[in-house]
Ligand binder design. Structure first.
Ligand code: IPE
Ligand code: MG
Length: 250
């Protein structure tokens, strides 16, 4: 959810104004995600790097998050949304944690959209902690190094709470930036990317729908080949050593 600050500054408002408007956008986008049948939606609300912002901006951001959770929890309950958090939750202010965990608890038996807030989240941090925890388990004899597979590695990540849904299908980035910024590096290994110039405060339900529609036209091969049913002339990419790998179709 990028571009709150620029959205405000372009209109001559202080940056926090963009956060206010941006937060008010979350509700309708979440509802539309449910309506579209999206199973999991993860909102990158605050990165490990965002801690370097001025204190006044940080306090606005956390206040807005608390307000959102308090105000929207009933509506989320009605919409059958389950709430999760990923990130260094222990770094959050105790008051934020209290409100957050109360909301998570309230929604824990729901079976609809898995809504996850990434708070004080950084993918490198997540991977580093996973490696650390795995090493500790090896030292204590619960695990041995040879048993580490990709599947087991996933279980050491914060996103393990999402099970199979931790695998990302689509990453949407707003505000015209085209980078991943330490977001779900492992989980988005085969994700499709969708970039829009709209700043987050201008991103609405119709824009989510458009992104999902575009996603549905993408062909995902996961490094494999297209199924023979849609047979088209083959293009074999040679690697210069007489081998053809990476089979593609025109
Ligand atoms: C996204 O908007 C909100 C957060 C990262 C918390 P920004 O605050 O990053 O807005 P820009 O990128 O400065 O415009
Ligand atoms: Mg930004």
């Amino acid at each position: 959810m990028d571009g709150n600050g620029r959205w405000a500054q372009r209109r001559g408002y202080p940056r926090y104004f963009g956060h206010v408007r941006g937060t008010s956008r979350v509700k309708n986008v979440v509802r539309e995600a449910s309506r579209l049948g999206v199973k999991a939606l993860t909102l990158y609300a605050f990165s490990t790097e965002n801690w370097s912002r001025p204190d006044e901006e940080l306090s606005v951001l956390w206040r807005l998050l608390k307000k959102y959770l308090i105000r929207e929890v009933d509506e989320l309950a009605r919409e059958n949304v389950r709430l999760n958090v990923i990130g260094e939750v222990e770094r959050l202010d105790p008051e934020v944690r209290k409100v957050l965990f109360a909301a998570i608890d309230r929604l824990k038996n729901n079976t609809g959209l898995e809504l996850t807030f990434a708070l004080s989240y950084g993918s490198r941090r997540e991977l580093t902690l996973a490696a650390q925890r795995f090493a500790e388990d090896c030292v204590s004899g619960i695990r041995h190094s040879g048993e580490l597979t990709e599947r087991l590695m996933s279980q050491y990540l914060w996103t393990s709470i999402l099970g199979e849904l931790s695998e990302v299908d689509l990453v949407i980035r707003t505000s015209g930036e085209k980078r991943i910024s330490n977001f779900l590096l492992w989980q988005a290994a085969y994700a499709e990317f969708y970039f829009t110039d709209l700043c987050w405060p201008d991103f609405g339900p119709d824009d989510l729908k458009q992104a999902v529609e575009e996603y549905s036209t993408r062909e995902r091969r996961f490094g494999g080949v297209r199924s023979p049913a849609t047979s088209l002339p083959l293009i074999l990419k040679a690697d210069g050593h007489g081998n053809t790998n990476d089979v593609d179709r025109a």
